[in-house]
Write a protein that binds this ligand. Structure first.
Ligand SMILES: Nc1nc2c([nH]c(=O)n2[C@@H]2O[C@H](COP(=O)(O)OP(=O)(O)OP(=O)(O)O)[C@@H](O)[C@H]2O)c(=O)[nH]1
Ligand SMILES: [Mg+2]
Length: 130
């Protein structure tokens, strides 16, 4: 069994829309859309990791984080444990600092097949509860 990687991802909200980022070429699951985030380092809390990742990838500072869902998923290459946080406010204006495409999309218009397999439950939860 492969090692389990701890990941945090942010559902960044502005009005009724959420921010999606496209996974760059050459990365795991390239071309799919995701909630911004990344791997947690051993010295940081989940919230600290998510704030750091969104500063590095998007040039924004998240505020008001709330854990909404946790999922464990086994890809053939790796197993991830992803904690999804709702970020209901942030400072700055998002930019794709790593060359990734960004888009705002209303929750009702999210298409499950844009996302990695590990995201299917959280998409359902967002569409039912938010
Ligand atoms: N950020 C993010 N990762 C996700 C999501 N869904 C999902 O399966 N993942 C997986 O979780 C892992 C997160 O790693 P990442 O590639 O974002 O990590 P990172 O930003 O630290 O990048 P790096 O290690 O390449 O520098 C990847 O294997 C990715 O495919 C999601 O919605 N957001
Ligand atoms: Mg990342």
């Amino acid at each position: 069994m492969s090692e389990q990687i701890e990941v945090v991802a942010a559902v960044i909200r502005r009005d009724d829309q959420v921010l999606l980022a496209q996974r760059p070429k050459g990365k795991h699951l390239e071309g799919l859309w995701e909630f911004p985030g990344g791997k947690v380092e051993s010295t940081e809390s989940y919230e600290e990791a998510l704030v750091r990742e969104c500063e590095e990838e998007l040039d924004i500072t998240l505020e008001n984080l709330e854990l909404i869902h946790t999922v464990r998923f086994e890809y053939p290459e790796k197993t991830v444990l992803i904690r999804f946080f709702m970020a209901s406010s942030f400072k700055g204006e998002p930019k794709g600092l790593e060359g990734q495409a960004l888009k705002w999309c209303s929750i009702d218009d999210l298409q499950p097949d844009w996302f990695p397999a590990a995201n299917q439950e959280v998409i359902q939860i967002l569409q039912k509860e938010y």
